[in-house]
Design a protein around this ligand. Structure first.
Ligand SMILES: NC(=O)c1ccc[n+]([C@@H]2O[C@H](COP(=O)([O-])OP(=O)(O)OC[C@H]3O[C@@H](n4cnc5c(N)ncnc54)[C@H](O)[C@@H]3O)[C@@H](O)[C@H]2O)c1
Length: 379
């Protein structure tokens, strides 16, 4: 179903209002799970947070006490069998996402999985195939698609007010010191799945592809400049899109002045977004070409306002869709496009050549894992 169809179905269900609250459970009660619990509690559309599971008994007990969750479980399987949630938020390390999401879908529960949804494209395609036509579904947390600024940008593009997109800049210049990688699952291909391309820049790459659509070809470099990890600590890429736009990308965790920066140069305006981990309306800047000030401003102002990007903004949409009986965003098609771009960056960097999106099928070693047949580092 397209975005317009999804919105129609959601509005129809809002009008008829199914009354049963969505029953949600959280698997993995570490850092990000706290944001999930707090964002769920703050939703205007109330949900029932029925259970949480973690393999660390003390952690899940404390989490349940802190967030008023009635039942704590030592593992996902017993939580699925006993609590029977409608939706499971997977907040576990990436290496477990595929098997855990598959278990949820097979038990009839939809899944909202934290990024990255899987370690490779095969695993994500398997999850896509395990969904039912009318649910259960899998959605991935890519929270920066959901602020009102992103909706204004895509709306103004659809109206034709900005003209053709020509050039984009997509920078994730973040800083993680060596102690960040002390957490055992971080910085390893088998457990985290990749470095800052897969784990950090993926947020900005997802918004880039949500705005510019299908990508065609990528040429990239990856390096370990400063951190002791198996994965890269920075990557650089040039990407061409099917609509003719080209983008320059940086994904880094070695950049002391941190920033998330997206810039789109259209024929009639430059649109920029500067923030770190979440944006509001004031973080967007629109610079029209002289002569187009009024048409560009009118198209921008016609869009929604006042919604910050973040987990809560995405959760609100996910819950509305589930209540309406339609697949929630960001579904597997959208997540696959972003994950193919991540795989393309690694394939190009490790094979030392440009890579086309169409090459990243089952015959490519980068379909299975982001380091393909094993990264050989020159640095
Ligand atoms: N969207 C964002 O902005 C954002 C930000 C940070 C992290 N994340 C993502 O969230 C996920 C978790 O990251 P984190 O920083 O919270 O990690 P974390 O290590 O703090 O927490 C993970 C928790 O999962 C538990 N766990 C591990 N295996 C389990 C299993 N089989 N069953 C149940 N529990 C299990 C661990 O005991 C731990 O408590 C990662 O995929 C990460 O990339 C997303």
């Amino acid at each position: 179903m397209g975005e317009a169809g999804r919105q129609r179905a959601v509005r129809a269900a809002d009008a008829g209002r199914r009354q049963r609250m969505t029953r949600i459970a959280i698997a993995g009660t570490g850092n990000i799970a706290r944001i999930h619990a707090e964002s769920l509690r703050a939703l205007a559309d109330p949900v029932e947070l029925v259970a949480a599971a973690d393999i660390e008994p003390e952690r899940v007990r404390e989490f349940c006490a802190a967030h008023g969750v009635p039942r704590a479980y030592p593992d996902l399987s017993s939580m699925l069998a006993e609590a029977r949630p409608d939706l499971v938020h997977l907040c576990t390390p990436p290496g477990g996402h595929h098997a855990q999401a598959l278990e949820c879908l097979r038990a009839g529960a939809s899944v909202l999985v934290e990024k990255p949804p899987t370690r490779g494209l095969r695993e994500l395609e398997e999850l896509a195939a395990a969904q039912g036509a009318s649910g259960p579904w899998l959605a991935t947390v890519f929270q920066h698609r959901f602020g009102s600024g992103a909706a204004r940008l895509t709306g103004a593009m659809r109206d034709g007010a900005l003209g053709r997109p020509l050039l984009a800049i997509c920078h994730t210049t973040w800083f993680r010191d060596q102690s960040y990688f002390d957490v055992p699952w971080r910085g390893r291909w088998d457990t985290e799945g990749g470095g800052p391309t897969m784990g950090h820049g993926i947020h900005q790459l997802d918004l880039l592809t949500a705005v510019l659509g299908d990508w065609v070809e990528v040429s990239a470099h990856a390096r370990r400049q400063a951190r002791r990890t198996q994965t890269e600590d920075l990557s650089l890429a040039h990407v061409s899109f099917a609509n003719g736009a080209v983008a320059s990308v940086v994904n880094s965790v070695v950049s002391p002045r941190e920033e998330s920066y997206l810039r789109f140069d259209f024929e009639r305006a430059t649109v920029e977004l500067t923030h770190l981990y979440g944006y509001g309306d004031d973080d967007w800047r629109v610079t029209p070409v002289p002569g187009f000030e009024q048409s560009v401003a009118e198209a921008w102002e016609a869009g929604p306002s006042g919604r910050a990007s973040g987990h809560g903004a995405q959760f609100a949409e996910v819950v509305r869709c589930l209540r309406a009986g339609v697949a929630p965003p960001v579904g597997t098609d959208g997540a696959l496009r972003t994950m193919r771009l991540v795989a393309g960056v690694y394939a190009s960097a490790f094979e030392g050549r440009s890579v086309r999106c169409a090459e990243l099928g089952p015959d490519s070693p980068f379909y299975e894992r982001m380091d393909g047949s094993g990264a050989r580092w020159a640095w």
